[in-house]
Design a protein around this ligand. Structure first.
Ligand SMILES: NC(=O)c1ccc[n+]([C@@H]2O[C@H](COP(=O)([O-])OP(=O)(O)OC[C@H]3O[C@@H](n4cnc5c(N)ncnc54)[C@H](OP(=O)(O)O)[C@@H]3O)[C@@H](O)[C@H]2O)c1
Length: 321
């Protein structure tokens, strides 16, 4: 098969298309002929050498989510048949013509969606569902602040939180990105390059914050969280070492938590898959629309990564085969 290989740690040009042996599958896995693969910021971090693949995942083929057609079944797989069209969360190897996926971590392609749209779903939906709703416990009528609302995670969090009846605030880095977040349904949008989100939100009762920024956002997040607020980390691009005023955490009874999805085991991902199939899949179409900004050919993965690093996009970038 053809696959995109990270030939060395570095810039987008280290991504090169090469021929590789077809993946083998375990008894609880399926082999997917990939039609599209979503691109995520963690792929960029992996390419740069900061986010190695977990044990068992292809070490040098990026790609955390795919859509496609099942072409082979492990001996214990009962749920799927050859020819089924699915999307899947994979621990790596998605930028390829074929990928092995755990059968219990696949979902049917929602009615009416293209392969490209379906490939844009798993990584951000699993991450947002787990961190905003399970860890963060966001409830109907509560207020979510998500930083970086115009990206893949942000556009997913805005839509899922609105669909669940929450109030949503978000930060974004330009007038165009702010307008995009408004179109997705965000109630309050803050251009963080012009305005301080603490000043804008000081009179709001923010219950949950989804943060991938870290650094000096930590203290600001503590400032605006309401009593019993939940602060959930999924990255810390501006700094992972922060000073904590424990008295303020106690006084507000704030819960600080976070997680990384990729390294979690199959049992956990299968449980998330069941919950997402039950609670999120029915929203897709009306209340949740996949946000594919641009499609690239597999061989153009380097261009897709350069586009992500330029930052001039909304929602998701996708490779198609
Ligand atoms: N823990 C996990 O399991 C997990 C899983 C998936 C992703 N992640 C992390 O989640 C983050 C988002 O991933 P993604 O795939 O959605 O990436 P993405 O599409 O590139 O989105 C990142 C967003 O952050 C915004 N941003 C950057 N600096 C900001 C700042 N100082 N304040 C507010 N917004 C800022 C960017 O837009 P602007 O132009 O507006 O700045 C962009 O919209 C990444 O850090 C990724 O590593 C974690």
């Amino acid at each position: 098969m053809n696959a995109i290989i990270i030939t060395a740690a570095g810039g987008p040009d280290v991504l090169q298309i090469q021929s590789r042996p077809d993946p083998s599958i375990g008894e609880y896995q399926v082999l997917i002929q990939v039609k599209a693969a979503g691109i995520n910021r963690p792929d960029v971090l992996q390419r740069k050498g900061y986010y190695p693949a977990p044990p068992g995942a292809p070490a040098d083929i990026p790609g955390l989510e795919v859509s496609g057609v099942i072409v082979a079944l492990g001996s214990a797989v009962k749920r799927w048949e050859i020819g089924d069209e699915v999307c899947a969360l994979v621990p790596g190897g998605g930028y390829a013509e074929l990928v092995a996926a755990d059968a219990d971590v696949c979902l049917p392609i929602p009615t009416g969606l293209s392969f490209a749209e379906a490939a844009a779903l798993p990584e951000t939906i699993y991450t947002v569902y787990d961190n905003v709703f399970r860890r963060g416990g966001l409830k109907q009528g509560e207020h979510l602040l998500v930083h970086g609302g115009s990206g893949g995670i942000g556009s997913t969090a805005i839509q899922l939180a609105k669909a669940s009846g929450a109030v949503v605030s978000t930060t974004a880095g330009s007038a165009d990105k702010c307008a995009y977040c408004k179109r997705l349904g965000a109630d309050i949008v803050i251009d963080y390059k012009k305005d301080d989100f603490v000043a804008v939100l000081k009179d709001q009762k923010v219950n949950v914050i989804l943060d991938s920024i870290g650094g000096d956002y930590f203290e600001k997040n503590i400032d605006i969280l309401a009593p019993d607020g939940r602060l959930v980390y999924i990255n810390a691009v501006q700094g992972k070492q922060v000073a904590v005023d424990l008295m303020r955490v106690m006084q507000k009874r704030i819960v600080i938590t976070g997680s990384t999805l990729r390294a979690r085991d199959v049992t956990f991902k299968a449980q998330l898959t069941r919950e997402i199939g039950a609670f999120v899949w029915p929203l897709i179409g009306d209340l949740f629309k996949p946000q594919v900004y641009k499609e690239f050919e597999l061989a153009d993965a380097a261009k897709a990564h350069a586009c992500m690093e330029d930052g001039n996009f909304f929602g998701k970038l996708v490779l198609t085969i």
